[in-house]
Design a protein around this ligand. Structure first.
Ligand SMILES: *[C@@H]1O[C@H](CO)[C@@H](O)[C@H](O)[C@H]1NC(C)=O
Ligand SMILES: *[C@@H]1O[C@H](CO)[C@@H](O)[C@H](O)[C@H]1NC(C)=O
Ligand SMILES: *[C@@H]1O[C@H](CO)[C@@H](O)[C@H](O)[C@H]1NC(C)=O
Length: 202
């Protein structure tokens, strides 16, 4: 049990190192506006929270990131990412754009299947059978200015919590019902400060 946790953490650490040294995902696409032409409204999602600007951990902002090798499904997570992934909203769905052939949905899962714990943000489907069981289907994503909101029924959520999941890895969670901030978690809002604006109807 302990060994497997250590192995997982080692894997995650090596993935983080791989991210830091990863080559840019957009070979052959040289400017921000040409990416915007390819995918209207595409953006990094900067995470603003209590450990945001002004922290001593330097100039790399926190970004919505994915806990997996590039292009593969994984749980959403937040860290100071030198090479953050790209996202866009189309018809109230949020997508992660890896390349022209790999575009993954960003979805909310009732992953703990208990009413006490919050919902988890997951990118793509690793195990479609499991995913179908826990997927929250009614949700929608939208921009409020630069800020991302998750909406479900009558609730509209701007706040996401970075917490340890059941494996001890950092995941991203949210509440659609009013609830006190979960202990040991860090609240963040997510922003599209650099959203490509050159094409309408994103
Ligand atoms: C897109 O990314 C996937 C996963 O990394 C890779 O297998 C595929 O070859 C890439 N496709 C293109 C068009 O670059
Ligand atoms: C996401 O996190 C859950 C724990 O909440 C874990 O069971 C699951 O395996 C993770 N999914 C992926 C794709 O890593
Ligand atoms: C998650 O699933 C449990 C069990 O089915 C349910 O009681 C709870 O209301 C669900 N939570 C949300 C926020 O949908």
């Amino acid at each position: 049990m302990f060994t497997s946790l250590v192995e997982k953490l080692t894997l995650v650490l090596s993935l983080c190192v791989a991210f830091v040294y990863a080559v840019p995902a957009f070979e052959g696409i040289s400017t921000w506006s040409s990416i915007g032409n390819l995918v209207p409204g595409i953006t990094f999602l900067e995470a603003i929270g209590p450990e945001g600007a002004g922290s001593d951990t330097a100039n790399i902002p926190n970004y919505l990131s994915i806990l997996s090798p590039r292009g593969l499904p994984g749980n959403a997570t937040i860290y100071r990412n030198r090479s953050p992934p790209l996202f866009y909203i189309h018809q109230n769905n949020l997508w992660h754009f890896h390349n022209e052939s790999t575009i993954l949905p960003v979805q909310v899962h009732n992953s703990t299947l208990t009413s006490k714990l919050p919902l988890q943000v997951v990118v793509g489907e690793k195990d479609p059978k499991l995913a179908r069981r826990t997927l929250v289907k009614e949700g929608q994503w939208r921009w409020q200015g630069t800020m991302l909101r998750y909406e479900q029924g009558s609730s509209s959520v701007p706040l996401f919590y970075s917490c340890q999941d059941t494996n001890g890895l950092m995941g991203l969670f949210l509440f659609t019902e009013p609830a006190p901030p979960p202990g040991g978690c860090t609240p963040f809002t997510l922003h599209s400060f650099n959203r490509a604006k050159n094409i309408p109807n994103s």
